[in-house]
Design a protein around this ligand. Structure first.
Ligand code: SF4
Length: 140
């Protein structure tokens, strides 16, 4: 028998514009990029994909991410994303990340960190799982 997930009744989330998910906090400072993300950013900046990578990215253990993961995201303007239309899938799917979707972590760390948790509309289990799947991890 499959075990019921702690989010089987859904979870509420609505972005409160705090910008906290864009600030570095150890391992979470990494904004990983898929090929689709890279292409979207390159188009946004009117650069080739190679030039975008050279200008804004770093690779760690084979995975491409925005540079300087130890600092706040360089695209953060105040508490707002300065590249909102081009933001990567990782940012689009916050807070429904595999590392966040553990009952204890969600109710303690994630909820105390992000003021949008528990607010706004209810995301169903199906929607949450779709978000989980839409963030593939790809090697650079
Ligand atoms: S790309 Fe935008 S949404 Fe993503 S971490 Fe940077 S500022 Fe935040």
């Amino acid at each position: 028998m499959t075990q019921k997930k702690f989010y089987s009744e859904g979870l509420r989330f609505e972005c409160q514009g705090s910008g906290k998910c864009c600030t570095s906090r150890g391992a979470y400072g990494y904004v990983y990029l898929t090929r689709v993300d890279r292409k979207r950013f390159a188009d946004f900046f009117k650069l080739s994909s190679v030039a975008f990578k050279r200008e804004y990215c770093e690779t760690t253990e084979g995975y491409l991410h925005l540079r300087n993961p130890d600092k706040n995201c360089e695209f953060l303007e105040g508490t707002r994303c300065g590249v909102y239309e081009a933001r990567p899938e990782q940012c689009r799917t916050w807070p429904f990340w595999p590392e966040n979707l553990r009952a204890k972590g969600w109710s303690k760390e994630v909820s105390s960190f992000c003021p949008g948790i528990g607010k706004g509309r209810l995301y169903s289990e199906v929607e949450i799982e779709a978000q989980l799947k839409s963030r593939p991890v790809e090697e650079a």
